[in-house]
Each structure stands twice: as structure tokens, then as C-alpha cells.
Design a protein around this ligand. Structure first.
Ligand SMILES: [Zn+2]
Length: 215
């Protein structure tokens, strides 16, 4: 079953997986398309899923549960990142990973700026389960390392190459970028926290709730 071949395009011309049956059939035929639960797959990782709370730009929860999923190759790469960071007493905190397409549509309707939100006619690599929003934490305290901005700060200071930030924040941002890039994650220029794993090209856009991902 080639990806998306059987799916009718939506109003924006995109083929989006919207039925659990289709997804579970894909996983049986292509195990790499499985969306892996990060809390189970990387037990030491810290989750701070802002879209499951009202503490996000929309001021209301978009998700029913504070969970994070990535396609299997991206999850494996993130686990390797966590293992590498642990050797120097650092870990990852995840703000967001797989994001249902409808959440991207709601987010774009609010932000209306393609620099900070994927438009409905393109979809996001989060919708493909291959993008993750992360920062660094101290493994001993769980405290976030200082970065140029908070997550989802939609200002130029969030740009990956913004230079007018304190030296320590620049250093931490560089460490994050270096370790993520060693494991095939590419940083998005508009947001220091956003990384795309190279597997996105092979994965469909999806609009399933987290609960629908369980077999
Ligand atoms: Zn992101």
C-alpha cells in the first residue's frame, strides 16, 4: 500500500490520514511508520506538552492528553540524543512532537504567520510525526538550561541564528543544535526549539488523536 494512495485530497489538496484503520494497516506493512510513545521509549525524557494545557498561544488545550509521539526512526534518533547528552549530565525536555493536522489548522488560524505556523495548505512536519520541539535540562535538577527565549515565543529572538542573546544562551542553543544534527535532526531557522528528522519525506500527514494511535 503506497502511502496515502487511497486517500482523497482535502479542501487544500493534501492527503491526510484520518482513520485509525488506515494508520494501523500502514504500521503493519511499514513498521517505521509507527508513532512511538516517547515516555515509554525514552523513560528519562521530560515532557512539558504545552498544547495539552491552556499555557500556549491559543490559551486553551488543543490535545486531550500530555503525550508525545514520533515515528519510529525519529524516536530512535531522539533516544540516541538523550543517551549522548546523559554523558555530560544533560537531558531533553519535549514541548511537542506529533501534532494532529487539525491542531495545526487551529494554530495557523490564530497566528496567521507562515514563519511561526505551518499553513493548512502545506501542513507541518509535526503532522508527519517527524518534528519535535525540545530544549535542554539538567539531569540532576530537571531545570531548563537558559535559552534565548521561551518555547513558542514568536519574535525574532527565537530565530536560530539571532545573535543578540546572552553568551550562555548562545552556547546552550549551539549545544542543542550540534547534538541534534549529529542524529539527523535539522533545526528550523525560525525557531531554535524546532527540529525535523529526515524521515519526514516518507511519512504521511495525519489527523488522528493520541488515543487513536494505540492498536
Ligand atoms: Zn515545532
Amino acid at each position: 500500500m503506497p502511502p496515502s494512495e487511497l486517500i482523497s485530497p482535502n479542501m487544500h489538496g493534501l492527503r491526510v490520514v484520518t482513520t485509525p484503520d488506515y494508520y494501523h494497516r500502514q504500521v503493519r506493512e511499514t513498521p517505521d511508520s509507527e508513532l512511538v510513545n516517547l515516555a515509554e521509549f525514552i523513560p528519562s525524557i521530560i515532557l512539558d506538552i504545552r498544547y495539552a494545557t491552556a499555557a500556549n498561544l491559543l490559551g486553551r488545550p488543543l490535545y486531550q492528553a500530555p503525550k508525545a509521539f514520533l515515528r519510529r526512526p525519529a524516536a530512535a534518533a531522539l533516544r540516541a540524543v538523550q543517551e549522548e547528552l546523559a554523558t555530560v549530565g544533560i537531558g531533553l525536555k519535549v514541548f511537542d512532537a506529533y501534532r494532529p493536522y487539525s491542531a495545526t489548522v487551529a494554530f495557523y488560524d490564530h497566528v496567521r504567520d507562515e514563519t511561526y505556523a505551518a499553513p493548512p495548505w502545506r501542513g507541518s512536519r509535526h503532522n508527519r510525526g517527524c518534528a519535535v520541539d525540545v530544549t535542554l535540562v539538567s539531569l540532576s535538577t530537571g531545570e531548563e538550561l537558559v535559552m534565548p527565549t521561551d518555547f513558542d515565543d514568536l519574535t525574532p529572538a527565537a530565530h536560530a541564528d539571532f545573535s543578540e542573546v546572552p553568551a550562555l544562551a548562545q552556547l546552550n542553543r549551539a549545544v542543542l543544535r550540534a547534538v541534534m544534527s549529529r542524529h539527523c535532526f535539522e533545526q528550523y531557522p525560525g525557531e531554535w526549539w524546532h527540529f525535523d528528522h529526515k524521515c519526514w519525506e516518507n511519512q504521511d500527514l495525519m489527523d488522528l488523536e493520541f488515543a487513536d494511535l494505540q492498536a
